[in-house]
Write a protein that binds this ligand. Structure first.
Ligand code: AMP
Length: 219
């Protein structure tokens, strides 16, 4: 199944994507993750993207669309994909439609995680990540046993630059402004399925599974 996950940073898309990718046996493709990886590896794309990402601004389309087009043609997408963080604008959505047409594919569903700014800010500004193994914590909701140290591997925990409160607020507002039209666009195409990103993760996964099952039954 070919699915797009829409929702502001902190809406819980990543958490659901981890569960859903197992359920649907398809890769989770997050443009934010791909870009962060390119920054870490000091690839040309990463060098171009970094200054935008640090401010919470959108990376220019010519960089992002090239990256997505490459990723979608890799063989692991044969069974479908979960696209997270892309598209963010109508232009990107049109590009995605055209790319999928070229490889005889189409979207089955666009899940929109509607979430309030305060919930997103609280989730992201408290998030801490292990530098070594990537385990994720939250200073209030899921604190490590020892401050600043990973329970799993004892690595150092850090806060992503763009998880600082001011940047999170900016990312949220940029996201809202950019995706308003996108939500309308996919709504008019009959692909949009709106859920609340404030819902408990397990409950939300059950809701999504039912939706995927019903699409597969009617396919
Ligand atoms: P995310 O992890 O989805 O919040 O993305 C982190 C950052 O990567 C964003 O704040 C943008 O700077 C950049 N980014 C991710 N996806 C896109 C996209 N589709 N278009 C432009 N910039 C993006």
């Amino acid at each position: 199944m070919n699915v797009v996950l829409l929702g502001p940073p902190g809406a819980g898309k990543g958490t659901q994507a981890k569960l859903v990718k197992e359920y649907l046996s398809c890769p989770h493709i997050s443009t934010g993750d791909l870009l962060r990886d390119a920054v870490k590896k000091e690839l040309p794309i990463g060098k171009e993207a970094k200054s935008y990402m640090d401010k919470g601004e959108l990376v220019p389309d010519e960089i992002v669309v090239r990256m997505v087009a490459d990723r979608l043609t890799q063989s692991d997408t044969g069974n479908g994909f979960l696209l997270d963080g892309f598209p963010r604008t109508i232009e990107q959505a049109k590009f995605l439609g055209a790319e999928l047409d070229k490889i005889d594919k189409g979207l089955d569903l666009v899940v929109y995680f509607k979430t309030s700014e305060e919930v997103c800010v609280s989730r992201l500004s408290g998030r801490r990540i292990c530098r070594d193994c990537g385990a994720i914590y939250h200073v209030k909701n899921m604190p490590p046993k020892s401050d600043g140290v990973c329970d799993v591997c004892e690595g150092e925990l850090y806060q992503r630059d763009d998880d600082k409160e001011e940047t999170v607020r900016n990312r949220f507002r940029v996201y809202e402004k950019q995706t308003e039209d996108l939500i309308k666009y996919y709504g008019e195409m009959g692909l949009l399925y709106e859920v609340s990103g404030d819902t408990d993760a397990e409950e939300l996964f059950e809701i999504l599974k039912k939706k995927f099952d019903s699409i597969q039954k009617n396919a």
